[in-house]
Design a binder for this molecule. Structure first.
Ligand SMILES: [Zn+2]
Length: 241
């Protein structure tokens, strides 16, 4: 799966199929044989180089595979072995792909989020504890809050805030996990994003007004909401009331 994700991350932003053709070395164009295409292992075996042209293979490939594997372990550890765990694992992969694509290209592709919304409602209704009603509420709240923010931010901050991709992404998260999770994801994303932004400004890595992709933060917030949403929600709002 992790290996497939690296293909998705590479090809989806270019509008290419993720199924065909088989993987080639982007440097010399030679098709990669199956025994050189074994996740993580082949990278180590080939010492991070193409067998044909010795061009180095970016470290991100084994990294994505390892992170995805660790993510699945985390999901199984949290939810046990059940059908819903398969869906949560799939969501983890979606979060990983969105993080990477948004980081690279500053977009969250509709090709992921729009089918994701439909699949999310179906999964929530049939297999997840979310349920139909909560899923539709999540879709509306997740999409709606960001839509209002996007509409209002030129007035409030004098510049464009959210991208359309962020809006559809949070709508998808709401469809899978419900409205509380969508709100929680946004809160976590905003807090972590603001802290990182300030830290980057202070460290002078970044300049004021420079664009930071919000997708990685939304994905991190969504992951946290997926894993511990109920606990955080209860803890936070019981403390308030
Ligand atoms: Zn090559």
């Amino acid at each position: 799966m992790g290996s497939f994700l690296t293909v998705c991350i590479h090809r989806i932003p270019q509008g290419k199929s993720v199924v065909v053709p088989r993987s080639k070395c982007p440097s010399c164009g030679v098709q990669i044989v199956w025994y050189d295409n074994i996740p993580v292992w082949s990278f180590l075996w080939l010492r991070g180089q193409c067998r044909m042209c010795q061009q180095s293979i970016p470290f991100r490939y084994p990294l994505i595979e390892i992170v995805n594997g660790l993510g699945y372990l985390l999901v199984v550890w949290r939810f046990g072995l059940a059908w819903s765990t398969v869906i949560y694992a799939g969501l983890f992969s979606v979060f990983l792909v969105v993080t990477w694509i948004d980081w690279d290209h500053q977009i969250i592709p509709d090709l992921i989020t729009l089918p994701g919304i439909v699949v999310g409602v179906l999964c929530a209704g049939f297999w997840l504890p979310t349920g139909w009603g909560n899923s539709l509420m999540g879709l509306l709240v997740g999409g709606g809050v960001l839509l209002i923010l996007a509409w209002a931010s030129p007035f409030l901050f004098g510049k464009e805030g959210m991208g359309g991709g962020d809006i559809k992404f949070l709508a998808m998260v709401g469809a899978f996990l419900g409205w509380k999770a969508a709100l929680l994801a946004l809160m976590i994303a905003s807090v972590v994003g603001a802290c990182c932004g300030v830290a980057l400004l202070l460290a002078r890595v970044m300049e004021r007004g420079q664009y930071i992709p919000f997708g990685p933060y939304l994905a991190l917030g969504s992951l946290t909401a997926m894993l511990w949403g109920n606990e955080i929600w209860t803890w936070y709002f019981n403390g308030l009331i």
